[in-house]
Ligand binder design. Structure first.
Ligand SMILES: Nc1ncnc2c1ncn2[C@@H]1O[C@H](COP(=O)(O)OP(=O)(O)O)[C@@H](O)[C@H]1O
Ligand SMILES: [Mg+2]
Length: 138
């Protein structure tokens, strides 16, 4: 059966475990190697945790992605929380407004291949991250 989109509502820390498990399953189904599966699940943890800590609730969407001859896995973390006033600052290593380590966003960017964050104060935050499979094949 072809892999399809999975949505995981994020409202409590148990949901982070579910999001990780669904991400792991999809990554394995798509044929990612063990290292990439670990990187993808670590990135899912960080953005899911941010939804809990900074926005109270939201969702993770996991889906296969094709762009040209690239194939991969896309993770979208979406919330209608407070939003981020200064995204560049939030992306700095060590910056946290919650006495956290401040490494979640820069860490997730580093773990994945593509990373985009859109945020608007009073509206919410959407992080879109992709990991490409078979990056060396052209
Ligand atoms: N989903 C979100 N909604 C609102 N603010 C967020 C969200 N994710 C991250 N932030 C902001 O970006 C900062 C940096 O995030 P991160 O690097 O994960 O560090 P930490 O979670 O340890 O504070 C957070 O402290 C917070 O101010
Ligand atoms: Mg964080």
């Amino acid at each position: 059966m072809a892999a399809s989109e999975t949505r995981v509502p994020i409202a409590s820390s148990e949901d982070i475990v579910t999001a990780r498990q669904k991400g792991r399953s999809l990554a394995m189904e798509l044929g990612f190697d063990g290292v990439d599966v670990t990187l993808i699940t670590a990135a899912i943890s960080e953005v899911s945790r941010n939804i809990i800590v900074h926005a109270k609730g939201g969702e993770i969407v996991l889906r296969p992605v094709h762009e040209g001859n690239k194939r991969g896995l896309c993770v979208v973390a979406r919330d209608r929380g407070p939003g981020i006033p200064n995204v560049a600052q939030a992306m700095e290593y060590g910056y946290s407004t919650a006495n956290g380590l401040g490494v979640g966003l820069p860490g997730a960017k580093w773990l994945m291949d593509d990373f985009d964050i859109q945020s608007k104060v009073g509206v919410g935050t959407t992080v879109t991250m992709k990991k490409w499979f078979n990056r060396h094949a052209k």
